[in-house]
Ligand binder design. Structure first.
Ligand SMILES: NC(=O)c1ccc[n+]([C@@H]2O[C@H](COP(=O)([O-])OP(=O)(O)OC[C@H]3O[C@@H](n4cnc5c(N)ncnc54)[C@H](OP(=O)(O)O)[C@@H]3O)[C@@H](O)[C@H]2O)c1
Length: 248
């Protein structure tokens, strides 16, 4: 028996990296999964991998900050699997440049995807979760939502905002038995995590006591805990999974 048997999970950003690993783990634990993102091909790859492993999944393409696309995502889960129990929001973009070289439009675009997107998805799943008598919402935050690093100002701002948006939603949605939590990774072995090699080398040498990058499975396991009933007394938490980065 899996820890997510009979649950329906939406995974935004489920076509790659942490989102894909989480979608595959959730399916292996018995959940029916709907993966969401802009590009169809990676989403279909995730669905194929889940189905080949004996699981159940479908894909919906759309933009995380579009209310119409988020509504389509929830409608698909409702139609195919009769509801929504879990949302994992792993969709995000990261822009690296000095603050003085970033246009207001580019800054706003990072906030639109990483922060407004989280709001839109949260709002979209609430009615469906209410109908099920509760649910679990998990946002992927970041160590860079708690501490800063040079040249990541829109990303840091978006993740800091996301951490507190999750807490705001947690205290508001507790009355509906909907829990809202954040998993805050450090540096993980995905293209996004590896994207700035000298930054990663600095982190591993000076900032991360465990001394290695995290694996996508380390983050998926934390999401599984927060999705499952094992975390039934946990809401409004920001769970660092960062090798000790933010503790040091
Ligand atoms: N990897 C790390 O080291 C690390 C560290 C700290 C935090 N995190 C966080 O963990 C999460 C996953 O990161 P990752 O490394 O797995 O990155 P990733 O592989 O780049 O995954 C991000 C996903 O977001 C989707 N996405 C981006 N913009 C979107 C939009 N507007 N609408 C819908 N989907 C969108 C992308 O798919 P499409 O492009 O097809 O839309 C992609 O599948 C992110 O929130 C990231 O900030 C990662």
């Amino acid at each position: 028996m899996g820890s997510l048997d009979r649950k329906v999970a939406l995974v935004a950003g489920g076509g790659s990296g942490i989102g894909r690993a989480t979608a595959e783990l959730f399916a292996a634990e018995g959940a029916r999964v709907v993966v969401f993102g802009r590009r169809v091909e990676p989403l279909e790859d995730t669905v194929d991998a889940i189905v080949k492993a004996g699981g159940t999944a479908t894909a919906v393409a759309g933009d995380v900050a579009s209310e119409a696309d988020a509504a389509r995502l929830v409608e698909t889960a409702q139609r195919e699997y009769s509801g929504v129990d879990v949302l994992v929001n792993s969709a995000a973009v990261r822009l690296r440049a000095p603050l003085t070289e970033i246009s207001a439009a580019d800054f706003a675009e990072v906030l639109r995807i990483n922060l407004v997107g989280a709001f839109v998805l949260t709002k979209a799943v609430v009615p469906a979760m209410r109908r099920r008598g509760g649910g679990s919402i998990i946002h992927l935050g970041s160590a860079l939502g708690t501490v800063a690093a040079p040249d990541f100002s829109p990303y840091v701002a978006s993740k800091g905002g996301l951490h507190l948006l999750a807490r705001a939603a947690a205290v508001e949605l507790v009355q509906d038995e909907i829990r809202v939590n954040v998993v805050a990774p450090g540096t993980i072995d995905t293209p996004m995590g590896q994207g700035v090699p000298e930054f990663r080398r600095h982190l591993l040498k000076h900032r991360i006591p465990i001394g290695r990058a995290g694996h996508v499975g380390d983050i998926a396991a934390a999401c599984l805990y927060l999705a499952s009933d094992a975390s039934r007394y946990v809401t409004g938490a920001i769970l660092p999974v960062d090798g000790g980065w933010t503790a040091s």
